[in-house]
Design a protein around this ligand. Structure first.
Ligand code: NAD
Length: 434
């Protein structure tokens, strides 16, 4: 199949490369000229486990190519996938549709023959209808169907998730479009459920799923807080809860708050849609507020550990929103760092993959270090904010030697608390019996 993916970011690039690996001829189209030039020169623009190998293979054999031209990329396509950003409006927090609208207007002029336009971006309910209207207006004679094809990949596992989806949701209103998608995903038909629903249901499934997952994370975070006051251990509690198949074991891991490009913006967008439609979505609204408070609380716990020190030094491990990605968008780590920076502190920071993205956001507000141990040198507190595997291999005895004061705020629960205490550390972790 000839596929054009519009938007070559964290979703579009792994999707394009994955579809090429399945044997399709893919063009990845983006308006960002630098991004496309970098990709054309054989370099990746994002870090995703396993992407590099597939990228080289499928660019070398010509199955995936890159372009900034709609004119070159749209006419021959059987399927056009929209994977442009839908960032939050800074004031209302609703999903901003300007990139979807611009891409739909532009692609409309170049459609030739029957084409399915699949909206993979996370978009408010009835966006499919709006996109259909835009294309009809721009090109009344075009032969096309607009479908909803939401993306459920996890950053850091994008390649794995592409080839091993839990489910594929297809919101299509015509048989012709369904048949094309059935052909595209034929390699997965025995691997997972491919659920065909209406466009509106499909659009809602994406937001309803993300809001539920955000709520689940915040729920276990609140239970971790409770465990700290009750003598219970959050891992024992989570295990006991997760054995109930109605609850499920995944996403019951405490942390410094949910973040990333999806959960914060999608919960906000869903809350906005609730208000717009006059529906009480107070569970989601509470989740959003509670997650915001959590990051303030996390920063406060660190500041409490250095309140008697003038101009203290805090070593921060991790700025990506989670391990396995270089993505810092809405990272709880960065939000905690920003709160700390409002006080009189020095921050020494290290992240294995996200330093470049971090520098764009934090500029010279912190000291950037080349390794975890370099960041830890001379620090009064060590704060672990991202769950990188690399941090789990650090040696507590060496950390103790390097620090000015043996204090750890372990917000990813990577260290053995008993061992840390035996070595003389004061350690704050989440929901664990110390
Ligand atoms: P991104 O910002 O990484 O990539 C979007 C790309 O679209 C950018 O490269 C941008 O230059 C390009 N673009 C914008 N307007 C364009 C246009 N008119 N024509 C061509 N290209 C254009 O965003 P992302 O993280 O890949 O997210 C894309 C969508 O997928 C969003 O709606 C997001 O909510 C959704 N989503 C993201 C994830 C995730 O983990 N990142 C997971 C599921 C769904």
């Amino acid at each position: 199949m000839k596929v054009t993916v519009i938007g070559t970011g964290y979703v579009g690039l792994p999707t394009g490369v994955g579809l090429a690996e399945l044997g399709n001829d893919v063009i990845c189209l983006d308006i960002d000229n630098d991004k496309i030039e970098t990709l054309k020169s054989g370099k990746l623009t994002i870090f995703e486990e396993g992407l590099e190998e597939l990228f080289y293979k499928n660019t070398e054999n010509g199955k995936v190519t890159f372009s900034t031209s709609f004119e070159e990329s749209i006419p021959q396509a059987d399927l056009v996938i929209l994977a442009v950003g839908t960032p939050p409006n800074p004031i209302t927090k609703e999903a901003d549709m300007k990139y979807i609208k611009a891409a739909a207007e532009e692609l409309a002029h170049h459609l030739q023959g029957y084409t399915v336009i699949a909206v993979k971006s996370t978009v408010p309910v009835n966006t499919g209808t709006a996109v259909e209207g835009i294309i009809r207006k721009e090109n009344p004679s075009a032969d096309f169907d607009v479908i909803s094809l939401p993306e459920f990949l996890r950053e850091g596992f994008a390649v794995h998730d592409f080839f091993n989806p839990d489910r594929i949701i297809v919101g299509a209103n015509t048989e012709k479009a369904r048949a094309l998608i059935a052909e595209l995903y034929a390699p997965f038909k025995d691997k997972c459920t491919i659920l065909y629903v209406s466009r509106q249901s499909s659009e809602t499934i994406k937001y309803a799923s993300n809001a539920f997952l955000a709520m689940k994370i915040q729920y276990i975070n609140e239970m971790a807080d409770f465990c700290e006051t009750s003598g219970a251990d959050i891992y024992e509690v989570a295990k006991g809860m997760g054995l109930d198949s109605r609850i499920g074991a995944k996403f019951l891991v405490p942390g410094p708050g949910y973040g990333g490009f999806c959960f914060p913006k999608d919960t906000n967008a869903m809350a906005y849609m609730g208000k717009f439609n006059g529906v009480d979505l107070s569970l989601i609204e509470t989740t959003i507020k509670s997650n915001e408070r959590r990051k303030i609380n996390m920063a406060k716990r660190i500041l409490d550990m250095v309140e008697d020190i003038k101009n203290p030094t805090i070593a921060v491990l991790g700025s990506a929103f989670k391990g396995g990605t270089d993505d810092c968008r809405e990272s709880p780590a960065l939000q905690i760092i920003q709160i700390l920076l409002a006080h009189d502190v020095n921050i020494r920071l290290y992240d294995p993959k996200a330093m470049e993205n971090t520098k764009l956001l934090l500029k010279d507000a912190v000291t950037y270090c080349k390794s975890a141990y370099e960041a830890i040198g001379g620090a009064d507190v060590l704060a672990v904010l991202t769950d990188w595997q690399e941090f789990k291999n650090l040696e507590l005895a060496k950390i103790k030697q390097l620090m000015a004061r043996p204090q750890i705020a372990d917000y990813r629960n990577i260290f053995d608390c008993k061992k840390a205490k035996a070595l003389g550390f004061e350690i704050k972790s989440l929901g664990r019996r110390l």
